[in-house]
Ligand binder design. Structure first.
Ligand code: GDP
Length: 536
């Protein structure tokens, strides 16, 4: 399963190893078929013996309480990790995005670890809210996006209309790689744009790893007549208006290759894998905080994009997920944490996906390693070995949309309360905001998605033994205050205040957008900046 175990190439071939890696995430709205597609991709590459092995399905569509149960049971849905498998000569790293309807900072951060994304759409629904939010992050980071329109075996929307929606709502030109023949629900197959032939769909032939049945153009036209001609016409129409495939536009993230399929039947999955191999970018050298490039074959470096506590119920361990940026990772090596300058021993490096764990011995740029017992590591930390030292830019914090004052439910646990809040803030479970006005005893917790509060409250009670009371604040608008000297202007407002985040950023909170405008009008000199994903 781990490519590095079969190929014992050392430093000399790091660039070659990097080149054959594809590290991506699937971005989608819940229910579009992400788990199904993940399984189909893996099964197709013959990693997972039977569908259903990726994660336990129970409770995935449940309400909050089910989800909390699952968190206790350590299900995968809230756990970001990476699935690695070989596909031919390519090593695929599929980084999981937390799949729950709740939207949290973790979901965003995962995207800092990938080189491309597959945007999965439900044929009947097109672009949905969570897909749009995730797409915004891809756009912000310049991540190229492949679009897979799923569930074409069922009645859905018109293919051309779906492509128009991409152009109109997110400004991405659709470049079909395959095109459906037969309307959604009566799928005959897809026209492979590159080869001009038909990949036949047969509902009875199902199975995730069903082989691709190809039929040449003449035969397809003979068999399918009008439906084939219609597909060709639609395709011509789209290609005449900028839908011609162009790798450069894909990597520049101005256009998206589009494929149609049915993940549940494994249909279209192979074409997707081939496309990723052919055109998706492999790991590129990263820039450090001083804007210097760390070449792929420089000594080992990685950055931590996710920290998870207590994944293993037997041990209260903390796992840090790090993406390798340069060099070779070898289990047991001692690395330096650029933030603390402290050494960290990587004796327990693992690949973790769902309940599955396997030991990682070697990893290359693009790979994700789970470092167990990583209590000293924080999201955004850079790890490196050997000279020169390197520090990659930290992960951005996102505009919080939910705020609550936290107080210890039991005042005798004030010390545990302080420690817990610090830890959750450092891990990025919630953002922790303070101000002199409010005093240190009642920090304000801020979150992108409300369920982050539940995770925080749960951990405060069970892990830090200090249950909390949360009092929600009704702020709906937030900006970055550029100049701390202007703080009194905001604090004087009727429904606004300034709070300072752990990273030192001053956030100006307002009741409504209208309050921002009114204050700006009264004080044109006030500098308020939008935050990332503002308004999502
Ligand atoms: P997730 O929430 O995005 O992970 O979605 P799932 O993979 O759990 O899929 C949601 C539902 O859609 C499940 O009932 C799947 O069986 C179904 N589904 C997934 N892919 C397809 C497909 O290609 N065709 C059809 N008809 N159903 C699908």
């Amino acid at each position: 399963m781990t490519a590095g175990r079969t190929t014992h190439n050392r430093t000399g071939d790091v660039s070659g190893e990097a080149r054959r890696r594809r590290t991506f995430a699937v971005i989608s709205h819940p229910d579009a078929g992400k788990s199904t597609l993940t399984e189909a991709l893996a099964v197709h590459a013959k990693v997972i013996a039977a569908a259903g092995a990726v994660h336990g399905k129970a409770g995935r569509h449940g309400v909050t309480s089910d989800w909390m149960e699952m968190e206790r049971a350590r299900g995968i849905s809230i756990t970001s990790a990476a699935l690695q498998f070989a596909y031919g000569d390519t090593v695929i790293n599929l980084v999981d995005t937390p799949g729950h309807a709740d939207f949290s900072e973790d979901t965003y951060r995962v995207l800092s670890a990938v080189d491309s994304a597959v945007m999965l759409l439900d044929a009947a629904k097109g672009l949905e809210p969570q897909t749009l939010k995730l797409f915004d992050v891809c756009r912000y980071r310049g991540i190229p996006v492949v679009t897979f329109v799923n569930k074409w075996d069922r009645p859905g929307r018109d293919a051309l209309a779906l492509c128009d929606e991409l152009a109109e709502r997110i400004g991405l030109a659709a470049m079909p790689v395959t095109w459906p023949v037969g309307p959604a629900g009566h799928l005959r197959g897809v026209l492979d744009v590159d080869r001009g032939d038909l990949i036949r769909y047969s509902p009875s032939a199902g199975g995730d790893a069903a082989p691709e049945l190809r039929v040449d153009q003449a035969q397809a036209e003979g068999e399918l007549g009008r439906e084939w001609i219609r597909a060709r016409e639609e395709l011509d129409l789209l290609q005449a208006s900028g839908g011609e495939f162009d790798v450069a536009r894909f990597t520049a993230a101005t256009a998206t290759p589009v494929l149609f399929g049915a993940a549940v039947r494994g249909f279209g999955v192979r074409r997707l894998l081939d496309l990723l191999v052919d055109v998706a970018p492999g790991p590129a050298p990263r820039r450090d905080v001083e804007d210097r490039v760390r070449p792929l074959d420089a000594p080992f470096s990685a950055f931590v994009f996710k920290v998870q506590t207590g994944m293993d119920p037997a041990h209260r361990d903390q796992v840090a997920f790090a993406r390798v940026c340069s060099g070779v990772f070898e289990r047991g090596m001692v690395v330096t944490n650029a933030t603390t300058r402290r050494p960290f021993a990587t004796k327990y490096a693992q690949q973790i996906f769902g309940q599955e764990r396997s030991t990682v011995d070697t990893a290359y740029p693009g790979d994700v390693v789970g470092l167990v017992n990583a209590t000293a590591l924080r999201v955004g930390d850079t790890l490196y070995t050997d000279k020169p030292p390197v520090r990659f830019p930290g992960l951005p914090s996102f505009a919080p949309a939910h705020f609550a004052v936290a107080r210890p439910a039991d005042l005798s646990r004030a010390k545990q309360f302080r420690k817990g809040v610090e830890q959750l803030g450092a891990e990025g479970v919630v953002q922790v905001l303070r101000s002199d006005r409010r005093g240190g005893a009642a920090p304000v917790l801020a979150a992108v998605g409300p369920m982050q509060f539940e995770v925080a409250a749960h951990r405060m009670e069970h892990e830090f033994t200090s249950p909390v009371r949360l009092e929600h604040l009704s702020y709906r608008a937030v900006r970055r205050l550029a100049d701390p000297a202007q703080r009194p202007l905001v604090d004087a407002g009727r429904r606004s205040e300034v709070l300072t985040r752990l990273d030192g950023t001053d956030l100006a909170l307002f009741g409504e957008e209208m309050d921002v405008r009114l204050l700006q009008r009264a004080h044109p000199e006030l500098v308020l900046e939008p935050l990332l994903a503002e308004g999502g």
